[in-house]
Design a protein around this ligand. Structure first.
Ligand code: ADP
Length: 219
C-alpha cells in the first residue's frame, strides 16, 4: 500500500501543481502554458497506465486467477506480437530475429496471458536497447518449453538482479519513467509464469545485454 500510494501520488501531485499554476495566471503565457499542459497530459497517461497495471497485478496475484488453458502454438503467438511491434523496432534500427523451429510442441497455456508476458519482455528489450537487436527463441526442456527474449542492450548490474522482479523495482528510476515504465512489468511476468507452474530466469552482462527466459509446460 505504501509503495502504491507513493507511486500514484507523484503524478497526481504534478497534475495538481501544474493545473494550479495555469489557473493562477500561467495560462496567459502561451509558451509556458503549452509546456505545462504537455506535462499534465503525460502524467495523466502515466497515471492511467499505473492504475491499469496495479489492478491487473492485483488480479494476477490473487489465488483465483482464472487461466483459460488450451494448447497454444508459441511460434504463432510470437510472430503476431513481433509483427505488431516491428515499426517501433525499425525506428530504432534494431534487428529482430525469431529463432524457433517449426516442429516444437504446443504449450498448455492461457494464450492472452502468455502474449502479455511476451509483450512485456519484448517492450523492455526495445526500451533498454539502442544498438544491435533482439532475438526470440524457444526450445524443449523436458516437460517444458523454454522461451527466451535476448537483447544487446544496456544490461543489468549484478547487484540489482535479485530484486528485478519485485513490484516497482527499477535499476534507474528516472530512465524507466522517461521511457513510460511503471516498474510493474516484470512482476506481472513473474506472476503469470508462476500461475502456469513455470519459472522465470534472467542472465545479463552490463553494457552487453540481457536474456529473460521463462518455461511453460508442454501441452
Ligand atoms: P519498467 O516499467 O521500469 O520497465 P519492469 O518491471 O518491466 O519495469 O522492469 C524493471 C526494471 O528492470 C526496469 O526498470 C529496468 O531497470 C530493468 N530491465 C528490465 N528489462 C530490461 C532489459 N531488457 N534490459 C535492461 N534492463 C531491464
Amino acid at each position: 500500500m505504501a509503495n502504491v500510494s507513493h507511486e500514484l501520488r507523484t503524478p497526481v501531485c504534478s497534475i495538481k501543481g501544474y493545473s494550479e499554476t495555469l489557473l493562477e495566471g500561467a495560462l496567459d503565457d502561451k509558451n509556458n502554458a503549452k509546456d505545462f499542459l504537455k506535462i499534465i497530459y503525460s502524467d495523466s497517461e502515466r497515471l492511467a497506465k499505473l492504475i491499469d497495471d496495479i489492478l491487473d497485478l492485483a488480479k494476477i496475484e490473487s489465488d483465483n486467477l482464472a487461466l483459460n488453458l488450451k494448447p497454444c502454438n508459441v511460434k504463432a503467438i510470437i510472430q503476431r506480437i513481433v509483427s505488431g511491434m516491428n515499426i517501433r523496432a525499425k525506428s530504432k534500427l534494431l534487428e529482430i530475429n525469431i529463432k524457433i523451429s517449426d516442429g516444437l510442441p504446443d504449450i498448455m497455456a492461457d494464450e492472452n496471458r502468455i502474449a502479455q508476458v511476451l509483450v512485456n519482455l519484448f517492450e523492455n528489450a526495445l526500451k533498454y536497447t539502442e544498438r544491435g537487436g533482439i532475438s526470440i527463441s524457444a526450445k524443449e526442456d523436458g516437460d517444458f518449453l523454454q522461451i527466451a527474449v535476448a537483447d544487446t542492450g544496456i544490461g543489468i548490474p549484478e547487484k540489482d538482479m535479485p530484486r528485478l522482479f519485485e513490484r516497482f523495482y527499477r535499476v534507474d528510476k528516472a530512465r524507466s519513467k522517461e521511457l513510460g515504465g511503471t516498474g510493474l512489468g516484470l512482476s506481472i511476468v513473474k506472476h503469470i509464469v508462476y500461475a502456469h507452474n513455470g519459472k522465470v530466469r534472467v542472465q545479463s552482462a552490463q553494457g552487453k545485454g540481457s536474456i529473460f527466459s521463462f518455461s511453460i509446460p508442454k501441452a
